[in-house]
Write a protein that binds this ligand. Structure first.
Ligand code: HEM
Length: 511
């Protein structure tokens, strides 16, 4: 597996001259700057490499590094959201005729194009077939089925893998969602959510059929998803009340005339906070957990996918295909049934006492497997280095420059040099001008014990998400800003990720 062309293919491919040519606070194009007038921070590769090496989570996932306020499912909802925002299916021909990427590009939006593709007309292979001639695509997504597994008591097959073609590639809107098994099962949950909404409409709105039913289901799914992202996910990440405050009082720093762009302060720094939330080891289901067969390490979670791992479809019988090292069996036709997720362990569903995996604290520490990404060598395999380096390449300002600009209290030098990573900050004299991504993680650690972001991180994240939703003319904020969720949830007028999982009603298929 190589991460060079992996998920989030946008910021990393960005050409700095294009970015600078169009960075204004009007409508700069696909990318832009939230703080265009602040000076860039330059730091040598040697210093970045030392700092990255110090950003290592404790071995064995010590409970003291857990963030009890954010269940681990949100980490991968965050990755799913990243792929939705950064997916650009603009045809290569259009990209070539618009090299400045100012016109023919897809704007970043929470519109689930990573789920829907361009709809059943253009991507019929993503949808189940109608059962009647001419057997065209139905309004429901196609689902994949699991393989028998060694545990005899697991029913087989179950409709709980991504749909795949004969060589194991996922038939989904964005292949990056088959990069690790938790994001893959999150994608599957959204496929099933759409299908459940189709059933809901069949019962409650029988007047809607055909394309009208599909369009209405897509609206319901997208609006509930946007609500979850703003008020269940971003609300947990950011300072209390900030999302609602900005919604009512307006954005101050992320500004555009009509078309949202992707701010590099968000994509190359703040929203990479998710990397620090990743756990090295998970209790995945009753089989793969502490006290079970073996806990689910990151390495295993990469292995049981088609993009990064061992799922190769029919090629399982081809002796010329190399098995994936570290994965039992080494080659798989599809997902074995014992690897279906138990959602009770990833979101607080309030159903029983099953312990929920916490995400890791938002702090300058990354799981050890993220320091040696499979398929990469040297510093390319060190995710923390790649994030820091990307910040320098894209000429991001320091954390302090942004804090001063937005009127936030600056972290003190004493705060910044605390801990083993802080010792490296001090050694390299980075405490007065600190790389933005690191500063945001340190701010969360120092000000909120790693449970949520501080003012710089919160402002960039909250303003970007609200701006992206508001700038999308199909979104609930644009169309009906006082809209409240209409599907049944635990509290009337609200809808959370836990409500979505319960609505799908497939919480723990293997029992
Ligand atoms: C196991 C989990 C993950 C892995 C292995 C991973 C890996 C990567 C890699 C290799 C990059 C490219 C780095 C570069 O060269 O610039 C990247 C970019 C990125 N990641 Fe992750 N990531 C993971 C989870 C997450 C999560 C949970 C989030 C957010 C909640 C996230 C947000 C991002 C963002 C925003 C980018 C930049 C996207 C772009 O504009 O290109 N990632 N990730």
């Amino acid at each position: 597996m190589s991460y060079s062309n992996n998920h989030g293919s946008s910021t990393r491919d960005l050409d700095i001259s294009t970015l600078d040519a169009f960075s204004t606070n009007s409508d700069p194009g696909k990318f832009g700057r939230m703080f265009p007038n602040l000076p860039a921070l330059q730091v040598s590769d040697a210093k970045l490499a030392d700092l990255a090496a110090s950003m290592l989570d404790q071995p064995g996932t010590a409970p003291s590094g857990d963030n009890g306020t954010i269940p681990a499912g949100f980490t991968y909802l965050g990755q799913f959201v990243d792929h939705d925002l950064t997916l650009d299916t603009t045809p290569i021909s259009d990209q070539a005729t618009d090299p400045t990427i100012t016109e023919n590009f897809r704007t970043p939006a929470l519109d689930l194009d990573s789920l829907y593709g361009d709809g059943p007309g253009v991507r019929p292979e993503l949808y189940a077939r109608k059962s009647r001639t001419p057997y065209g695509p139905s309004n429901k997504f196609l689902l994949g089925v699991t393989l028998p597994s060694e545990e005899q008591d697991i029913p087989n097959p179950l409709p709980n893998d991504l749909p795949r073609n004969r060589v194991g590639r996922p038939l989904i809107g964005d292949e990056r969602n088959d990069e690790n098994l938790v994001v893959a099962q999150t994608h599957l949950a959204f496929l099933k959510f759409h299908n459940a909404v189709i059933d809901f409409l069949s019962s409650n709105r029988p007047d809607l059929t055909g394309a009208d039913q599909y369009t209405e289901a897509r609206r319901i799914v997208a609006w509930h998803y946007q609500w979850i992202v703003l008020f269940d996910f971003v609300e947990r990440l950011t300072e209390p009340g900030l999302i609602r405050k900005i919604k009512h009082e307006g954005r101050r720093f992320y500004r555009f005339k009509t078309t949202p762009f992707m701010p590099v302060e968000f994509s190359a720094a703040a929203y990479r906070l998710g990397h620090s939330m990743v756990r090295q080891v998970y209790d995945f289901n009753r089989v793969f957990r502490e006290g079970g067969l073996t806990p689910a390490t990151l390495r295993l979670l990469f292995g049981f996918t088609g993009k990064s791992g061992a799922i190769v479809g029919d090629l399982v019988n081809d002796p010329s295909v190399d098995p994936t090292p570290g994965i039992p069996g080494g080659k798989l036709a599809s997902l074995p049934g014992n690897w279906i997720i138990d959602w009770r362990r990833f979101y607080d569903l309030g159903l029983d006492g099953t312990p929920v995996n916490a995400s890791r604290l938002i702090d300058p520490k990354l799981a050890s497997d993220l320091h040696s990404l499979p398929g990469e060598s040297g510093l390319q395999g060190v995710l923390a280095f790649r994030n820091l380096k990307r910040g320098v390449q894209l000429r991001l300002p320091s954390g302090q420059a942004i804090a001063a600009f937005i009127g936030a209290d600056l972290l003190s030098a004493g705060d910044l040099i605390s801990g083993p990573d802080g010792a490296v900050v001090q050694e390299h004299g980075l405490q007065a001008n600190t790389p933005l991504w690191y500063y945001i993680l340190k701010e969360a650690e120092v000000l909120h014990g790693g449970q949520r972001l501080g003012p710089v991180g919160s402002t960039i994240i909250a303003e970007t998400f609200l701006g992206l939703v508001h700038g999308d003319h199909g979104s609930f904020l644009w169309q009906r800003s006082n809209w409240r969720p209409e599907l049944p949830g635990s509290d009337a007028g609200n809808f959370t990720m836990a409500d979505l999982i319960k609505f799908v009603d497939d919480v723990n298929p293997i029992g």
